[in-house]
Design a protein around this ligand. Structure first.
Ligand SMILES: CC(C)(COP(=O)(O)OP(=O)(O)OC[C@H]1O[C@@H](n2cnc3c(N)ncnc32)[C@H](O)[C@@H]1OP(=O)(O)O)[C@@H](O)C(=O)NCCC(=O)NCCS
Length: 141
């Protein structure tokens, strides 16, 4: 499918962006509330990418850059919140978004990108060049 990938803009919030995210989990934000979240994320340096299909957002992925002390102050990229709208899954949009985030991380000087996912997504990420690495851990607060 013919998609354009670029940084999230305010007008995207009510144009498929929040809908796309619901394929991941509940969002529970109005576009107006999401605007405030977007500004906070931008100030924190979180990068949000969108895939546009026929002028509407069909998917998204985010990239968080972390500056380490270890590895001689190396930088790593965390890929987060990869989601493609239910109507458009299985057409290469998710792959294109992850490849875009990876390319951006490389350009920003990261020596690796990492992400966590459920077992059934392993084939999707493996096809893109990721390998199993460690075990994700969580504590609800
Ligand atoms: C996972 C997801 C992002 C993939 O995006 P997509 O645009 O559908 O993926 P692509 O079309 O690029 O798929 C590439 C390959 O992965 C496979 N694939 C996609 N989603 C899959 C899934 N949920 N389980 C297993 N395989 C999957 C596709 O079959 C395709 O393989 P093929 O080319 O051999 O047919 C999308 O299905 C999605 O948003 N899922 C719900 C949210 C989610 O799980 N996000 C990931 C959180 S880590």
């Amino acid at each position: 499918m013919d998609t354009i990938i670029r940084d999230l803009r305010t007008e995207d919030l009510a144009n498929g962006f929040l809908d796309s995210l619901t394929s991941l989990t509940d969002v529970g934000l109005t576009p107006e509330e999401a605007r405030g979240v977007m500004q906070t994320r931008q100030r924190a340096g979180v990068r949000t990418y969108v895939a546009l299909l026929r002028g509407r957002v069909a998917g998204t992925a985010s990239l968080v850059i972390e500056q380490k002390f270890i590895h001689r102050g190396g930088r790593i990229g965390h890929i987060e919140d990869v989601a493609v709208h239910r109507d458009f899954q299985g057409h290469g949009i998710g792959s294109a978004l992850v490849q875009h985030a990876t390319t951006e991380a490389r350009k920003l000087g990261c020596y690796k990108v990492i992400l966590s996912c459920f077992e059934d997504r392993v084939p999707f990420y493996s096809r893109l060049g990721f390998r199993r690495h460690d075990i994700g851990m969580r504590m609800d607060l």
